[in-house]
Design a protein around this ligand. Structure first.
Ligand code: NDP
Length: 336
């Protein structure tokens, strides 16, 4: 009999994720059935949306049911297969669960190519969710043009670091907003952003007035709240806002509806468009090819923040909402 470790959602969090909302259990795994695969999970992706999936707020896919394994992106190796689409030993990635052994019918799993020069966590941590989110959100909705000013919040995180670098490749002047001097130093000195604002140490509006006195063409919005408000108020005519995320609101006990800025949106003729990366699923090949090319040429760098131990996933996920992660947050579940 095989066993596995798995986190199950026991209670919908009220506010911050608390002890007891998730339960870590060891359970036996039934013999593999026809059509199934067993995947030894190597890395688990922790994402801000995990908190949304734990809740029953309006969202873009069904919430995780109480008692069910917590949903999460995974990469791992097929260890047993009774599904002709997957061979034993193959590397696969996709939507799975917070577990060391995924039992799946293969739905939502894809073969993951192993690229020389790009490690498994780097490939998974870039191509899985954050890279396509940055690519489509910026290029399709942001429509960057040379010489324009692009502002990106959560700039040193998984999505933000890539948005800023693609913005530079497209000839924009890029200003990142991040929490803390080290994250700000990283995006400017190591990723080539033009400037960074440490929102924990300075007033974002005043800093934007200094750094972008002509205003902002594109606001790649990931945070919401006062940071979004400060950037929106400084948008130029015909500015674009790819609305990617609102992380400052995810742990609120009640739904936070951002106050409308309808007069400003009208008078400045802004385009604000919410999107979910899966909206662009049919075009994923194009995006992965572009991102892999830029990475291999050294034009886009990505940083992963890899934490040890599936048993501590409930602790690691909270880092996302306090800024404790630095780069795309992954958990190493099993050795490669
Ligand atoms: P990150 O790696 O950027 O981690 C989250 C970061 O958000 C933290 O490190 C922290 O950075 C910042 N943050 C957290 N709380 C606050 C707050 N109250 N105020 C300001 N900043 C805060 O995560 P991802 O790159 O995975 O995701 C970034 C955003 O993109 C999220 O909003 C997420 O929901 C969204 N997203 C949307 C997708 C889509 O399809 N629309 C897909 C993937 C992500 P700091 O230290 O700088 O404060």
């Amino acid at each position: 009999m095989m066993t596995r470790q798995v986190w199950r959602l026991q209670r919908r969090p009220r506010g911050d994720i608390a002890d007891g909302d998730l339960e870590f259990v060891e359970e036996t795994v039934p013999e593999i059935a026809e059509g199934q695969v067993h995947v030894r999970v190597l890395y688990l992706s922790l994402d801000p949306t995990n908190r949304i999936w734990m809740s029953d707020m309006e969202q873009y896919m069904p919430p995780v049911g109480l008692g069910e394994p917590m949903r999460g992106g995974i990469v791992g190796r097929v260890v047993k297969s009774r599904n002709p689409a997957f061979a034993e030993g193959e590397l696969v990635a996709g939507l799975g669960a917070w577990t060391d052994l995924l039992v799946s019918d293969g739905a939502g799993l894809q073969h993951m190519p192993e690229l020389p020069g790009i490690s498994i966590p780097q490939a998974f941590g870039t191509f899985g969710v954050v890279g396509p989110t940055a690519y489509f959100g910026l290029l399709e909705i942001g429509q960057p043009k040379p010489g324009e000013t692009l502002v990106v919040s959560a700039a040193a995180g998984g999505v933000g670091q890539i948005v800023g670098q693609i913005g530079k490749l497209k000839g924009c002047r890029v200003i990142g907003i991040a929490g803390g001097a080290e994250k700000c130093r990283y995006v400017v000195e190591e990723l080539g952003f033009d400037a960074a604002i440490d929102y924990k140490a300075e007033d974002v509006g005043a800093a934007l007035d200094r750094l972008a006195p002509e205003g902002v063409d594109i606001n790649f919005e990931q945070v919401g709240g006062p940071i979004m408000s400060a950037v929106l108020g400084r948008m130029k005519l015909f500015g674009r806002v790819p609305l990617c995320g609102l992380i400052s609101t995810y742990n609120a006990t009640d739904l936070v509806e951002e106050p409308g800025r309808w007069t400003l949106i009208l008078m400045r003729r802004l385009t604000i468009r919410g999107f979910i990366v899966t909206d662009f699923a049919p075009r994923m090949g194009e995006c992965l090819q572009a991102l892999a090319g830029w990475m291999l040429e050294g034009k886009v760098k990505t940083r992963q923040d890899i934490r040890p131990g599936l048993d501590r996933a409930d602790e690691w996920v909270k880092l996302l909402y306090s800024g404790g992660n630095f780069g795309k947050l992954l958990v190493q579940v099993s050795p490669e």
